[in-house]
Ligand binder design. Structure first.
Ligand code: HEM
Length: 382
């Protein structure tokens, strides 16, 4: 397949990018269709084999699928702008160079290693407090741990977290759940202790509206992502007693296990970008002003980069996956979330005599869209 893809890419380069005709899969595929979203990986494989860069007419965006091309695009913020995130946060996540760097420095102090130790302890305390012999590992475990850590980082008290949780549930019943949740977060942002601290630290660099946006970004970036990784990790463990026994008796394996879970199940499959100019990528010309989706879920399973790309291998040689992105917007919370996920699994493994699913795996409900695939309920017994 790989050889075929290289021949096709080479032929396309010879022909010139303008002669590029999207292969049949790209013409018709709908990544939001339930059957595709439930297991997009074979679809990514077929698309990638036909070429790293494709236009998907059903979505109206370009998609980048090969690891090296994805990493290159993530590293070229001037050509591939983060502008599509403007509705989430225009101050850091959607900001482009040079403005983004100063804001990033402002926030980076919150992720100093002394702070991370305290936040990991918070994760451990909550994990111990909420764990039960029978539990929904998403709503009863991964979610409260992720939210408690985010609340501690941002300085939201329990009442604020309860308001956000209620707001999230209400938001799900609306046609614009993200906009609804953002409205709740914006209302209570000034109650976060980080709100005043950032104002003091910023020395006039940002005002109240920008700080509100950063508080909102921190909450949105920290919670669902971490929750999804913990959920996928527990699903893998509950589904594979040998794997659980190996990791349970040798916790050094927890680190490589978590990296593999994030590689195989990145919480966001598509990272959106706007092409600021016409750009040739893998022999294909992406026009100026095009919406581009960098498919990290496909890049993380690129057979040219990872041997046995669909298998979870604890002894895989270190090759960096793209679950945390890359380049100037590389996830600021990556070291924190690694520690929080590890702490959650460590406490779970300490308590687990015989970790198992309490429902057949094929009946579990999943959140399924073009950009994410994650269990929403995970009934387990320890
Ligand atoms: C496993 C958990 C997490 C994953 C997989 C993840 C993934 C990502 C990704 C892919 C990006 C880059 C988006 C892009 O370039 O399009 C990002 C950015 C970011 N993440 Fe995370 N994230 C996680 C947890 C966290 C946590 C716990 C925090 C803490 C608050 C956090 C804070 C941020 C921030 C502030 C940015 C924006 C950085 C910038 O624009 O310069 N993330 N994250």
């Amino acid at each position: 397949m790989k050889v075929l893809s290289r021949i096709v890419s080479a032929a396309r380069r010879r022909l010139g990018a303008t002669h590029f005709v999207a292969p049949p899969d790209a013409q018709t595929i709908d990544l939001d269709k339930a059957a595709v979203a439930a297991n997009p990986f074979p679809h990514y494989d077929r698309l990638r084999a036909a070429g790293s860069v494709q236009f998907l007419p059903r979505h109206g965006f370009w998609i980048i699928l090969e690891h090296d091309d994805a990493r290159r695009a993530l590293g070229d913020a001037e050509t591939f702008s983060n502008a599509p995130y403007a509705g989430v946060d225009a101050v850091l996540l959607a900001a482009d160079p040079p403005g983004q760097a100063a804001i990033r420095r402002l926030l980076s102090r919150r992720f100093a290693s002394s702070n991370l130790g305290r936040l990991e302890e918070r994760a451990r305390d909550i994990a111990r407090a909420v764990l039960r012999p029978e539990i929904d590992a998403v709503g009863g475990y991964a979610a409260p741990i992720s939210r408690a850590v985010a609340a501690e980082l941002i300085g939201f008290d329990a009442a604020a977290v309860a308001e956000i949780s209620e707001g999230s549930v209400r938001a799900l019943a609306t046609s614009e759940p993200l906009a609804e949740l953002i409205a709740v977060l914006d209302r209570i942002a000034p109650r976060a202790s980080i709100f005043a601290e950032l104002g003091d630290d910023a020395g006039g660099l940002v005002g109240d509206a920008e700080i509100r946006s950063l508080v909102r970004l921190l909450w949105l970036a920290a919670t669902t992502t971490t929750e999804r990784v913990i959920a996928h990790a527990i699903l893998r463990l509950a589904d594979d007693p040998d794997l659980t026994a190996r990791i349970g008796s040798n916790r050094v394996l927890l680190g490589p296990f978590i990296e593999e879970v994030m590689r195989l199940h990145p919480p966001e499959h598509l990272l959106p970008r706007l092409a600021t100019r016409s750009v040739e990528t893998a022999g294909v010309t992406i026009p100026a002003n095009a919406l581009v989706q960098i498919c990290v879920a496909a890049a993380n399973r690129d057979p040219a980069h990872f041997d046995r790309p669909h298998d979870l291998l604890l002894d895989r040689p270190q090759k960096r996956h793209l679950a945390f992105g890359s380049g100037i917007h590389h996830c600021l919370g990556a070291p924190l979330s690694r520690r929080v996920v590890a702490a959650s699994l460590d406490i779970l493994l300490d308590a687990a005599g015989d970790l198992r699913l309490r429902a057949p795996a094929q009946t579990l409900p999943f959140f399924k869209t073009a950009s994410a695939l994650s269990p929403t309920e995970l009934p387990i017994a320890l």
